[in-house]
Design a binder for this molecule. Structure first.
Ligand code: COA
Length: 280
């Protein structure tokens, strides 16, 4: 698969030990998201989503940026020059792959190595987990060039941050570093850049040991229940587990067996051994 996605591509992919490292790959343009990049990213996500070689997808950036947000020339100015149809098409292409990420089959991790601005908050939120370099810089820079944070960026800010922090962040356009981004909950954790890849690989390996059907059900459940009453959530979760059973009816039974009968692991402390599970 990585053979079909050469490194010269606007989106670069390498697959190692079942981790797909997907990079925004326009370093000379600080990985700004152009319509061409957005289209390519959707194709790459398509190729990886059900590949047996891939268990976790990491989204990172080549060079000094994660992504400098939407491409002000190709995405804004040139799309606008094509009229409403051009604008709407560019929006569909970008929002489309971010939505795809939010509901992706496999676990996803944003590895924010550098600049992350504006529209970059869409894929940042789309990824299930996010780790940043302490040196990275995050900003809702839209106000600095005269627009509101669109493309979902405002929604991402209020979903992840406190109202006061979101308001300050969006109104001042001041960038914050990775440490502050972790404090403000835009990312799970910030570590020095030199340790970022190892930390992300470590987390990816934790996820690779989990039951993949349960992981997909869990990540969807976290996003869905955010918008539900307690009673609706309770009902959804019963049904979501029962639906998951239709894809994997053995996993939890094997987990119980390894704990209760074999005493080979403790669920409070780690995962059951997936390799001993019968194929569904
Ligand atoms: N859209 C289009 N082009 C962009 C871009 C963007 N969002 N971000 C960077 N670029 C281009 C620059 O125009 C420049 O192109 P050039 O070499 O043809 O002149 C190139 O990328 C390098 O950018 P530069 O500004 O010189 O890099 P830097 O490392 O000094 O600064 C940033 C990096 C990210 C701080 C700066 O590029 C920036 O502020 N970008 C815009 C961020 C933004 O507001 N994004 C929100 C969009 S919703």
């Amino acid at each position: 698969m990585s053979d079909e996605l050469p490194q010269s591509d606007i989106v670069a992919v390498t697959v190692e030990h079942r981790i797909a490292w997907v990079s925004f790959n326009r370093p000379d343009k600080r990985n700004a998201m152009s319509p061409a990049l957005n289209r390519r990213m959707m194709e790459v996500l398509d190729e990886l989503e059900f590949s047996a070689e891939v268990g976790v997808v990491v989204l990172t950036g080549a060079g000094s940026a994660w992504t400098a947000g939407m491409d002000l020339k190709d995405y804004f100015r040139e799309a606008e020059a094509r009229g409403l149809a051009g604008v709407r098409m560019a929006q569909r292409e970008s929002y489309g792959w971010w939505r795809r990420l939010r509901w992706y089959q496999k676990p996803t991790i944003a590895m924010v190595n550098g600049w992350c601005f504006g529209g970059g908050y869409g894929p940042l939120f789309g990824c299930d987990l996010a780790f940043a370099a302490e040196e990275a810089k995050f900003g809702l820079s839209e106000i600095n060039w005269g627009i509101l944070p669109g493309g979902g960026a405002t929604k991402v800010a209020v979903e992840l941050m406190s109202l006061r922090d979101a308001m300050y962040h969006a109104m001042t356009g001041e960038p914050i570093d990775g440490k502050k981004a972790a404090e403000w909950k835009l990312v799970n954790e910030a570590v020095p850049l030199e340790k970022l890849r190892d930390r992300v690989a470590e987390v990816a390996h934790i996820l690779l040991k989990k039951n993949p059907v349960a992981l997909k059900a869990t990540k969807d459940a976290i996003r869905r229940v955010c918008e539900m009453t307690y009673d609706n959530a309770e009902d959804y979760l019963v049904r979501a587990q029962e639906a998951a059973n239709s894809y994997d009816n053995e996993g939890r039974k094997e987990g119980i067996r390894q704990f209760i009968d074999d005493k080979s692991f403790k669920p409070g402390l780690g995962s059951y051994d997936l390799s001993r599970q019968k194929a569904p």
